[in-house]
Design a protein around this ligand. Structure first.
Ligand SMILES: NC(=O)c1ccc[n+]([C@@H]2O[C@H](COP(=O)([O-])OP(=O)(O)OC[C@H]3O[C@@H](n4cnc5c(N)ncnc54)[C@H](O)[C@@H]3O)[C@@H](O)[C@H]2O)c1
Length: 255
């Protein structure tokens, strides 16, 4: 038995980066996983690669989290393939505003970042709700893990639209937990620190060093440092933890 044996999990933004790492970890932990993204070529290639190792336990679906119709149609396909839904990881996000002072960000950028990161988390959660309610009634657990960011906790400068959207995720996690608690669904967020990967390759060395030197554990953060927190929050065993935001950042921010 592993932590997520036979769990049915949907992860948004899972064609690359942390979402991909969460998908690999969830498969290792025994679950079946739907990976959703807008990067269809990478998503399909990843599905093929994962299924070679995990015997058909992964499926890719196109889902643009900022578009209600896309979310509902993809959620329908995902749930049909999975045969229900036990856990949702709201991971998809864009940064776009990185390295810019707040007066250098356009309204268009602001709106796009909010549409994917904040509205997207709301839309996917609404679409997943009936299936999580049903899983909770039948099996006693329904789980949502929102991916926030520690930038919203320490006030990272020159990242305003993104930080605002991640602050919204923190607030939504609290409110969603209260709203869905009656159904036995838990809602928590993780707040990773700056993590080495494709999406942060643009980040100047000075910001990497600032993080590294400010951590209790003074080294670079990788995706592997984060996956276990997500698996635990998806598991049945985490059932009395809800509405919490857990910084996973080597002790850079202590919440
Ligand atoms: N990497 C970090 O340092 C770091 C730190 C803190 C929090 N995070 C958060 O972790 C999560 C993953 O980040 P990452 O570093 O892996 O970034 P990433 O850019 O590698 O992955 C994000 C994924 O979301 C997808 N996506 C973008 N717009 C979408 C849309 N409209 N609909 C569906 N999918 C969409 C992208 O195609 C991509 O595959 C994000 O929520 C991010 O804010 C990352």
């Amino acid at each position: 038995m592993t932590l997520l044996t036979n769990h049915r999990i949907l992860i948004t933004g899972a064609a690359r980066g942390l979402g991909e790492a969460f998908a690999r970890a969830a498969l290792r932990s025994g679950s079946r996983v739907v990976l959703s993204d807008v990067l269809d070529e990478r998503g399909v290639a990843l599905e093929t690669e994962l299924n070679a190792g995990w015997n058909g336990r992964a499926k890719y679906v196109h889902m643009d989290v900022s578009d209600r119709a896309s979310v509902h149609s993809a959620m329908g396909s995902a749930v049909e393939w999975l045969g229900g839904l036990d856990g949702l990881v709201n991971n998809a996000a864009i940064t776009h505003s990185g390295g810019k002072a707040m007066d250098a960000i356009s309204e268009d950028t602001w709106d796009k970042v909010m549409a994917v990161n904040a509205k997207g988390t709301w839309l996917t959660t609404v679409a997943a709700k009936p299936y999580l309610v049903s899983a909770s009634a039948q099996q006693g657990h329904g789980r949502i893990v929102n991916v926030a960011s520690d930038t919203a906790l320490w006030g990272a400068p020159n990242l305003m639209a993104y930080v605002a959207s991640k602050g919204a995720i923190v607030a939504m996690t609290h409110a969603m937990a209260r709203e869905l608690g009656a159904y036995g669904i838990t809602v928590n967020a993780i707040a990773p620190g700056l993590t080495v990967g494709e999406s942060t390759a643009y980040v100047p060395e000075a910001r990497h060093a600032y993080y590294k030197n400010g951590r209790a554990i003074q080294r670079e953060q990788t995706a592997d440092d984060i996956t276990a927190s997500v698996l635990f929050l998806l598991s049945k065993e985490s059932g009395y933890i809800t509405g919490q935001v857990i910084p996973v950042n080597g002790g850079f921010v202590m919440h």
